[in-house]
Design a protein around this ligand. Structure first.
Ligand code: HEC
Ligand code: HEC
Length: 348
């Protein structure tokens, strides 16, 4: 009798599991990546990896999934927190598994569909490849891709979600990376006060000091922080002193071209008011400190961008007090509350 009950229970469990997979089918519902009127064209090749509802949901689950790390406790979101434009709040450089301390400040995750190179030095030349770096980095998630795949393969949620998201339904590295990209390319931040002002929406206006800041910014900063993405995607050396304990050579590490020494990717300034601390090593904790640095804190590290050469032979961008104050007021208009609280990108 007892044996029979066990057999029946066993049967229910088996049927229960497999019906889970039988229910999961690939019936793609396509989602469109936003193309705001004031943005350049999307650079991510969507034909290669079109975003679907199921792929996006899978990518989001993976982004918040501890199993992508060696100790099952460090998801991508550990260092990329939504309220801070997906940066690692309160950390100059990020720390990961087993308390490992990284060497760089976590970058925001926003508007990546409009970028072709990733990381502070551009070491990742395709968004679909970027996550391999944090997953396998000893200091970040410390895991191997094959272990991640093995863990996901034994999880019934992922068994059915991969089936829904991809035609071949395979839980493999290609689909893992494609799903993460589908989630990340949807993360478009384009609804700050500034955006609404520039697109003439909802009668949004800027105050006098914000407008003064915008004008000074266009004059003195927009060569590099260009377009409404606020970056020209170039690598520049902006005269930061070398941190001897890190000696981060920036773009030089990628191609060992001497001309690239201490160059870093020009960061977007969207949501900059919430994404501090600033620069590749998080050395400045406020925007005021950044502006004081541009005005009077540059170091000749040997390869500083010519834009910063002043007539008197010193390096920097001269900024009077009111200019600093108004630039900060303008930068604050780049905060996009809708993006920072958008539930499509939130864990729960
Ligand atoms: C331990 C902290 C940490 C974890 C975990 C982490 N990241 Fe990052 N992320 C960083 C840091 C630091 C950088 C900048 C790295 C550099 O430039 O060398 C970065 C950069 C990025 C970038 C580049 C953004 C740009 O504008 O170029 C993307 C995309 C990204 N991470 C996605 C992810 C994904 C996806 C995961 C999970 C698979 C992840 N990160 C896990 C800290 C982390
Ligand atoms: C020659 C190009 C160039 C010019 C001009 C320039 N910047 Fe930058 N900016 C950069 C680069 C490159 C970085 C990143 C440097 C690093 O971390 O090593 C940066 C970083 C920043 C950051 C930190 C952002 C972050 O997420 O960490 C802020 C804020 C900033 N710049 C504001 C300004 C303002 C305001 C001006 C005008 C007064 C200006 N920049 C002029 C190239 C430039």
């Amino acid at each position: 009798m007892k044996k029979e009950i066990l057999i029946i229970l066993g049967w229910i469990v088996v049927v229960g599991c497999s019906s889970n997979n039988i229910n999961a089918v690939y019936e793609p519902i396509y989602l469109e990546v936003e193309q705001p009127a004031n943005f350049p064209e999307i650079s991510y090749n969507l034909d290669n990896n079109p975003v679907t509802e199921a792929g996006f949901e899978l990518g989001k689950s993976l982004f918040y999934e501890g199993k992508l790390s060696a100790n099952d406790a460090i998801p991508c979101a550990f260092c990329h927190e939504q309220a801070f434009a997906f940066t690692h709040h309160g950390h100059t450089v990020s720390h990961g598994v087993n308390g490992g301390i990284g060497t760089r400040n976590a970058q925001p995750i926003q508007n990546l569909a409009y970028q072709t190179e990733f990381m502070w030095d551009g070491a990742a030349s395709h968004l679909d490849l970027q996550p391999v770096i944090p997953i396998t980095s000893e200091l970040e998630m410390g895991e191997t891709i094959s272990n991640v795949i093995a863990k996901l393969q034994t999880d019934s949620y992922y068994q059915s979600q991969f089936t829904k998201a991809f035609e071949d339904g395979e839980i493999n590295s290609e689909n893992l990376l494609k799903a993460l990209s589908q989630f990340m390319v949807m993360m478009v931040s384009s609804n700050s006060t500034y955006d609404k002002y520039i697109r003439n929406e909802d009668n949004v206006t800027l105050t006098d000091i914000e407008l003064d800041g915008l004008a000074t910014f266009n004059n003195k900063c927009a060569t590099c922080h260009a377009t409404d993405l606020f970056t020209d995607h170039s690598y520049r050396n902006n005269g930061l002193s070398i941190n001897p304990s890190l000696n981060d050579e920036g773009r030089y590490a990628v191609f060992e071209n001497p001309d690239d020494l201490y160059k870093f990717k020009v960061p977007s300034l969207r949501n900059v008011a919430v994404s501090g601390p600033y620069m590749h090593d998080g050395r400045f904790s406020t925007l005021e400190a950044v502006l004081t640095f541009y005005d009077s804190g540059m170091t000749d590290n040997g390869n500083v961008d010519a834009v910063f050469s002043r007539e008197d032979g010193t390096l920097g961008i001269t900024l009077f007090d009111y200019e600093k104050e108004s630039i900060v007021a303008f930068l604050n208009t780049l905060t996009d509350e809708e993006f920072l609280t958008d539930e499509r990108f939130s864990e729960y």
